[in-house]
Design a protein around this ligand. Structure first.
Ligand code: ARG
Ligand code: ZN
Length: 863
């Protein structure tokens, strides 16, 4: 069934108060809910009938205002409960039973390593009890949890604990949340957990207890999350004037989790991968992820919880804004230039393909079948870019006034993306009506730019075009802010106006436009600085111009983009003709030498500039996809660059070698540079590299080095790789998150043989279908990051994938549907591969869950 934005109706009844009682027993949990209902005056439906969601609940009793409801006054079909003859104001009490032990879908109430926890967003609360499960029903929750004292010494829910007691071997705690909230923000945890406790004084002087919970063995991995949380709390006060509002802020780490983390009011629940961090077990990238996800969930307390979404079509209202906020936070905590390039790299390499494929949808979709399938890169990352463009259009001061207005005006309400933009308009005087097409129009706009120079006048001719996407054949022009500078022959930005500004923003808002600048000489345009809009830029740069941009541009994004373009043009020529790799590498040598020379200024930035595009990105430029030719081209260029710059790589890998561990920015960047240099040397078969990498693997300072060395050994097939894998597994078998990396290293080893390795790993004792992190580590990485294996000519990669999809779908439809996106390039494949994959997917489709079926049918009907 399809849900449509156009069909939105306000709720018929409001829920003023929910009193929940959750009685946890092995094999059966009893949930008693008392809903104080009130007819909604904003509804044009009369009081009388109420439809509540409830998924697979076993009813023990239903009671209206103290009277037991008989079978003829309600109807329950396993999904919806319809209750008739309700007064305008009443109390509906239900008693149902559920079985968290059997819940492998990880939605609603479920078990993870012996603890009981919840995931309610988007529509999980209906698997716990009957409720109008929609974000515009905001209720006050009081929750009592009862459980066995020994098994579950800790009983948590949202808000503050207000009462507790014991009943023999059992105990109970009552939690009260003073803030009305939609049920998707409900959370409950029962378990035997260790706690790291700290406190935070808010700007207005209120103390907040900070409690981070994890399994006892992981207590030593919570410090980084705690520091990140405190930084985020301070940052949100300083940057957005937003203070925390309860006396307690809790985070619980759970091993079984469908996504990254969840912002439940006062009680966040996190995938262990996004909260636990220790240098021995977590890579630098892992540390950065923890910092940003902790901040993201914290920021939701205002952008999401205090001000929430009217309906799920508005999901990006909270997600796009909150991603923008967490990106800004990480930029302030670390290197802003590096962070921006990392974010753009991610958007361009992951969201753009989504926007250009069968799953393309607007940031505010018009319809969906399962909202779970719309927790996408488009909603999150493109949504963040849309907020960023508004930030840049308004400037920091007006944007801050607009966000203040938004939080104040809509506090305690469920609102829309239009409401957000209206605040931006009100505080800036800008008319954003055309800008709002970014929310409703899917697809990546292509900006085609040409230029000319005549006697002191430089002209940019700009055309915009957004290709058709499923269901949206015709596109209107968007408002595209293009930040730009013009570089002279020395690579210096020239003055562009009388004030002497060396950078400007032009607004492209028609299909075709020209912009003129008075400049003294022909220039190289530095376009889309800071990635000022999420578009594909098509400008016929010469290689000399790209070399100038890479060497001299002051804008980090433009330098990175110049490097990418240089790599792509070399690689494009090598696809099908890898023998020319040496001469391509020699041509690149002088520009890359200059980048390497400057690596000491900012090693993380240098590592980004020196990293070749992935095989997936390269493959997307060649139609039909020829995964082997793409693989050979990239491999040949890596090896050739390793050779022609061997001395430089040697010098780098030595320069960044350290005796002591540090988490300083340069230490992290240095590790990236060193591993990158070793990768080029390994690809070139450079003498001594096996020993250096083996030494690093044997004596690492941290997991970044240990895992980096392992990856080099395995991916380059260096002697000792098998032994290293065995040693690593023996050493880390007790650390689930490290074992995920062990699986991922093997699944991403480029080569067709990897499919049989991965198939064998499905039978490894440490592999578990019920653990989403593990499935993603083994199956997800092969499908999404190892195209030469996934698209193996004999179809074994597709068989591996389709069998995994079917198997997983029976356990966890949400994660299966997410994994299915790996087939989104179906129609780009040559006929034989396409036929094999299509047949496999059709087979899976026959028994697919609603979640999986929506994704598969979009892929299969794509043309
Ligand atoms: N709101 C969460 C976040 O981005 C994501 C939770 C979505 N979960 C899901 N099963 N769809 O922070
Ligand atoms: Zn979020």
């Amino acid at each position: 069934t399809t849900t449509r934005l156009a069909d939105y109706q306000p709720p018929v009844y409001r829920v003023e108060q929910v009193t929940l009682d959750v009685d946890i027993h092995p094999g059966q949990t009893r949930v008693t809910s008392e809903l104080q209902l009130q007819h909604n005056p904003d509804s044009d439906q009369p009081a009388g009938e109420l439809v509540l969601n409830g998924e697979a609940l076993v009813i023990e009793s239903l009671n209206l205002d103290g009277e037991t409801l008989t079978q003829d006054s309600y109807h329950y079909d396993g999904h919806l409960l319809t209750v008739r003859d309700l007064p305008a104001q009443c109390v509906l009490t239900s008693v149902v039973t559920i079985e968290p032990e059997k819940n492998t879908a990880l939605e609603g109430l479920y078990q993870s390593n012996g603890m009981v926890c919840t995931q309610c967003e988007a529509e999980g609360f209906r698997r716990i009890t009957f409720f109008p499960d929609r974000p515009d029903v905001l209720a006050r929750f009081t929750t009592t949890v009862h459980a066995d004292k020994a098994t579950y010494p800790l009983l948590l829910s949202n808000g503050n604990p207000v009462d507790w007691g014991e009943e023999g071997t059992r105990h109970w705690v009552t939690w009260d949340d003073p803030f009305p909230k939609p049920c998707y923000l409900f959370a409950l945890v029962a378990g035997d957990l260790a706690c790291l406790e700290d406190s935070f004084n808010t700007a207005s002087g209120r103390p907040v207890a900070l409690r981070l919970y994890a399994e006892h063995r992981d207590l030593d991995k919570l410090d980084h999350a705690m520091q990140s949380l405190k930084n985020a709390m301070r940052w949100d006060e300083q940057t957005y004037g937003r203070e925390y509002d309860l006396d307690i802020y809790m985070i619980v780490a759970v091993s079984h989790f469908n996504m990254g983390a969840m912002e439940n009011k006062g009680l966040n629940i996190f995938n262990t991968a996004c909260v636990l961090a220790h240098p021995d077990t977590t890579t630098d990238a892992g540390f950065q992820r923890v910092e940003s996800v902790v901040a993201h969930e914290y920021f939701h307390n205002w952008s999401g919880n205090r001000v929430t979404c009217r309906d799920w079509f508005q999901l990006s209202l909270k997600e796009g804004f909150t991603v923008f906020r967490d990106q800004s936070f990480s930029a302030d905590m670390n290197s802003a230039a590096v962070k921006r390039v990392e974010d753009v790299d991610f958007l361009v390499n992951h969201q753009f393909p989504e926007d250009q494929g069968p799953m393309a949808h607007p940031v505010r979709p018009a319809e969906y079948q399962k909202i779970d399938n719309f927790y996408t890169l488009t909603i999150y990352e493109k949504g963040a870019e849309i907020v960023r463009m508004q930030y840049n259009l308004l400037g920091p001061e007006a944007f801050r006034r607009a966000s203040d207005r938004y939080f104040e005006q809509f506090d305690g309400q469920a609102v829309t993306c239009d409401d957000f933009v209206a605040c931006m308009e009100a505080e800036s005087g800008l008319d954003l009506s055309q800008f709002k097409r970014w929310y409703s129009q899917a697809g990546t706009p292509v900006l085609t730019v040409t230029d000319e120079y005549h006697e002191g006048q430089y002209t940019l001719h700009v055309r915009q075009h957004t290709p058709a996407t499923p269901g949206q054949p015709d596109k209107a022009p968007l408002v595209i802010p293009v930040k730009l500078a013009l570089l002279d022959s020395n690579g210096q930005a020239v003055a562009m106006d009388e004030q002497g500004n060396r950078e400007t923003v032009v607004i492209v808002d028609q299909s075709e436009q020209s912009f003129r600048f008075a400049v003294p000489e022909a220039v190289t345009p530095s376009l889309l600085r800071g990635f000022s809009a999420p578009v594909v830029l098509d400008y016929p740069y010469t290689e000399a111009q790209l070399a100038t941009l890479l060497a001299h541009d002051s804008d980090g994004y433009c330098r990175w983009n110049a490097a990418q373009r240089l790599y792509f043009s070399a690689l494009d020529r090598l696809v099908g003709d890898p023998g020319q790799a040496q001469s391509e590498a020699l041509a690149l040598k002088p520009v890359l030498e200059r980048v390497i020379e400057r690596a000491k200024e900012d090693p993380a930035q240098a590592a980004l500039l020196l990293t070749l595009p992935t095989e997936v990105a390269l493959g997307d430029r060649h139609s039909p996809l020829d995964p082997r030719a793409v693989h050979q081209a990239r491999r040949a260029l890596t090896g050739a660059l390793g050779q022609v710059l061997e001395e430089q790589w040697q010098a780098q890998q030595q320069a960044w070698q350290r005796q002591d561990f540090s988490m300083e920015g340069d230490a992290i960047g240095g590790r990236q540079m060193r591993l990158l240099a070793l990768g080029y040397l390994a690809a070139a078969g450079s003498a001594g590299v096996t020993e250096t990498v083996g030494e690093l693997f044997g004596h690492p300072l941290c997991m970044t080095e240990e895992l980096g060395a392992l990856r080099l050994l395995v991916h380059h097939g260096l002697p000792g790789a098998d032994q290293a894998l065995a040693d690593f597994a023996a050493r880390w078998q007790g650390e689930a998150l490290v074992m995920d990396q062990w699986f991922a290293v093997q699944a991403t080893c480029p080569g067709e043989d990897t499919v049989s390795v991965a198939s064998a790993l499905l039978d490894h004792p440490a592999f578990e279908w019920t653990l989403p992190n593990r499935v993603r580590a083994l199956v997800g990485t092969l499908v999404n990051a190892n195209p030469v294996a996934f698209h193996a000519a004999d179809g074994q990669g597709y068989r591996f994938f389709c069998e995994a999809l079917a198997r997983l779908d029976a356990i966890n439809p949400q994660v299966a549907a997410r994994l299915a996106n790996g087939a989104a390039r179906l129609r780009r494949l040559e006929p034989q591969r396409q036929a094999m994959l299509e047949k496999g997917l059709q087979g899976v489709q026959q028994k697919a869950s609603a979640n999986l079926s929506e994704v598969l049918s979009r892929i299969l009907t794509d043309r």
